[in-house]
Design a protein around this ligand. Structure first.
Ligand SMILES: *[C@@H]1O[C@H](CO)[C@@H](O)[C@H](O)[C@H]1NC(C)=O
Ligand SMILES: *[C@@H]1O[C@H](CO)[C@@H](O)[C@H](O)[C@H]1NC(C)=O
Ligand SMILES: *[C@@H]1O[C@H](CO)[C@@H](O)[C@H](O)[C@H]1NC(C)=O
Ligand SMILES: *[C@@H]1O[C@H](CO)[C@@H](O)[C@H](O)[C@H]1NC(C)=O
Ligand SMILES: *[C@@H]1O[C@H](CO)[C@@H](O)[C@H](O)[C@H]1NC(C)=O
Length: 362
């Protein structure tokens, strides 16, 4: 046999051996990735019977970072679609919109648990009666959860838990009736919590006690009949508290003394008839206090002694018959400042206030 032919034969054999081993390796890779490669790509779901469509910024496997999913039929916990999220595990923003013909009765924890890079989650127009414990899959990257208009009634203990990067929770326009203890736990970075426009009438003592970093709490437009010092226990960093449009009848002693860093307090549009002289005790940084549209007929002479830094005070639309110089005296110096506001209106506010107003203007 000519030697060059033998060489060619050897080369061919070597090449075939190489080819076979490469194919074997590829098969192995495919098996390893079968979870993601064989599944439908979340961003291009082909199933003609699908009940969800997701629109992604990039559609290649594992390339999407932002997606909006429209749900147009009832989705169950065991639906195969939740596995499709394996094909896009680099998502940073995920939004679910439920169309009028669709329905979603739970937070898709199973899908979320695959999204280790998720930063923002939004769900709206779902029908999620309760949030279960650890509903957000303990995602360490998650920063914002927005759950507006989802008919949520009940938050189970630990429903917002073990989310070390979470800074904001928005739960406005739901039907939350009760806020228990231990719902918000393990959220060391949480700064903003919005539970406005719900139906909260039972707010347990110490419900927010784990939220040491919280700076803003909105509880406006609910059914709260009473708040006490224990309601706000633990909120050491709180700066802004909104309690407008509830059913508060009075503010008792030391109601806000657990929140010494409060700067803005809004209690407008309640039915407050009485404010105790120590209600605002300890709020040395408070600069804005609004109490308009309540049923106050009088204010004690020491009510403002605990809040010497007030620069904006709104008492409009109450039934104040008397307001003495003594009451306003603690913040008198601030009121001389042109950037300060003291709003009292209507009713027969006594002569002394007229004198005060003049001195404020000069
Ligand atoms: C879609 O649904 C129909 C009716 O339920 C069924 O016959 C069909 O096999 C389904 N197709 C797929 C791809 O699942
Ligand atoms: C998709 O991701 C792969 C791997 O990260 C990358 O090589 C490719 O360029 C990406 N494609 C697009 C369209 O971004
Ligand atoms: C989240 O952590 C809790 C408590 O350790 C655990 O019971 C739960 O299974 C975790 N959930 C996920 C999706 O990892
Ligand atoms: C609000 O809560 C009350 C019970 O406290 C309940 O009777 C009412 O139906 C709730 N309203 C809504 C809109 O969920
Ligand atoms: C007036 O208020 C402004 C803003 O709060 C403050 O910077 C300034 O020092 C105040 N002036 C006086 C005289 O208190």
């Amino acid at each position: 046999m000519p030697s060059n032919l033998l060489l060619l034969f050897l080369v061919c054999t070597a090449f075939m051996v190489h080819d076979v081993s490469a194919r074997a390796r590829k098969d192995k890779d495919r098996k390893k990735n079968s979870n993601s490669r064989n599944a439908e790509n979340l961003c291009e779901i082909q199933d003609p019977n699908r009940t969800i469509d997701c629109f992604c910024d990039k559609v290649e496997y594992q390339n999407a970072s932002d997606t909006t999913c429209w749900i147009f039929n009832e989705l169950q916990q065991d639906d195969a679609v939740w596995d499709y999220f394996r094909t896009q595990t680099n998502l940073e923003k995920l939004k679910f919109n439920i169309r009028p013909d669709g329905n979603l009765r739970f937070v898709p924890t199973r899908a979320l648990s695959r999204l280790k890079r998720l930063l923002e989650l939004k769900i709206q127009y779902a029908n999620i009666a309760e949030l279960t414990p650890y509903a957000f899959a303990n995602l360490s990257s998650l920063q914002e959860i927005t759950m507006t208009r989802n008919q949520i009634i009940d938050l189970k203990p630990h429903s917002f838990s073990r989310l070390p990067s979470l800074t904001q929770i928005t739960l406005d326009e739901n039907r939350i009736a009760e806020l228990r203890r231990d719902v918000f736990v393990g959220l060391p970075e949480l700064k903003k919590l919005y539970i406005d426009r719900n139906n909260v009438s039972v707010l347990h003592d110490r419900a927010f006690s784990h939220l040491r970093s919280l700076e803003e709490l909105e509880l406006n437009t609910n059914q709260l009949p009473v708040v006490t010092r224990e309601t706000f226990a633990g909120l050491k960093s709180l700066k802004i508290l909104n309690l407008q449009e509830n059913r508060l009848r009075m503010l008792g002693d030391y109601t806000f003394s657990e929140t010494p860093n409060l700067v803005e307090l809004s209690v407008d549009r309640n039915v407050i008839q009485y404010i105790s002289e120590r209600a605002f005790e300890g709020l040395s940084r408070l600069s804005r206090l609004t109490l308009s549209e309540n049923r106050l007929t009088a204010l004690g002479s020491d009510v403002l002694t605990g809040v010497p830094n007030i620069r904006f005070l709104d008492l409009r639309d109450n039934a104040l018959r008397t307001l003495t110089f003594d009451t306003v005296n603690p913040i008198m110096e601030n009121l001389r400042n042109v950037t300060s506001y003291f709003l009292v209106e209507g009713q027969s506010v006594i002569f002394r206030i007229a004198v005060l107003s003049v001195s404020v203007l000069t």
